[in-house]
Design a binder for this molecule. Sequence first.
Ligand code: GLU
Length: 431
Amino acid sequence: MKPFENFLLNLRKAVNVIGLKDSAFEALSEPENIFESEISFKKDDGSDMTVSGYRVQHNSARGPYKGGIRFHPDADIDEVKTLASLMSLKCAVVNLPLGGGKGGVQVNPKDLSESELERLSRAYFRAGTEAGVFGVKKDIPAPDVYTNPQVMSWMMDEYEQIVGYKEPGVITGKPLELGGSLGRNYATSQGGFFILEEYLKQQYPDKSPKDFRIAVQGFGNAGAYFADIADRAGYKVVAVSDSKGAVFCEGDQCEIPKLHKYKKEGGSLRGNFCDGDACDIEKMSTEKVKVMTNDELLEMEVDVLVLAALDGVIHQENADKIKAPVVLELANGPITIEADEILESRDITIIPDILANAGGVTVSYFEWVQNRSGDVWEEEVVNQKLKKVMHHAFRDLLQIQGQYNGASLRTSAFVLGMQRILSAMKLRGRL
Ligand code: GLU
């Protein structure tokens, strides 16, 4: 099933739970605008390369469109539309005065040199700016899969050259030197951690952090910071993976700095110990780790499974093999709707993406506020505010869940986000 179909089914579920009319479903089932452009840029060898670029603006009833830009070979219009729609709901779940959007460029950035990446980033942002897509009060992008603060810097610089004045708030997730916010780089993980901690405290009041074993799928920005944060808080991170494979730490607790070292030295976690199928058993035993496949990590007997990579990793075929009673979605859309139903029927709790990873956009919002007021907040202030936003959202979500007879957390999150967006649309006379 395509991601957007998946999104529509989730939306339908939420509409049915609260007994809304079809007009409510229709209001959120199509984006307000779609910008599509063929982006051309020069390769280092002087030839031209052209790739497809998108920006989908889903809903702006609550404020300007907000959401990241991803560079990925699979970033097609269906995926970008889905992610833009999820952004509208996500911003509403954490009650930010923002709408939802998402950008995508269909390219593998790993095939590009640094200067090619810069030319592509600038060309994409120029095309969008000239088409009137982006703007500090209109549509504010941020990083997503395979884009980072450097890409945001080029895009902001391109924008400022076009408009002729400084406007750092046109994009978030920038480096600190260019108006980024303290705490933004790890905000997705920090926000997810605040929610998980709260959930575990409520569900298992007699347990302490050291009683929870956690496996983290994905060791990019979100997964790596999450492992760090959970470890420092006393939880046991027992295994992590990246796209090439996983490592399990014997003694039931990974030393996080070592994981970073493995990744750096071996190019991937597994690459540090194995060359193809040949693995260095002695090195693994000295380091007290075992290599595993990604599937094995997903199917581990742990207390919490954190999904921090791409979408669709838990699907119809592997959902019945998941053993963790709690799954935290730090990535966007990592569980398909078929898998959702299987996990739900097995009483596995899913803490859904539009709540679990909303810390990123929340601190993006803080960055935008700082940029627009010319203020700079201390890291502690950022994190205190983030904690409050996340806790309030979780409280609101549990209230919805109670109201609708124990609907899943995902459906409750959809209901919460939808209700907020629809009420803004109504007030505007658009519904
Ligand atoms: N790409 C992130 C997300 O999916 C962050 C978006 C933002 O900061 O605007 O939530």
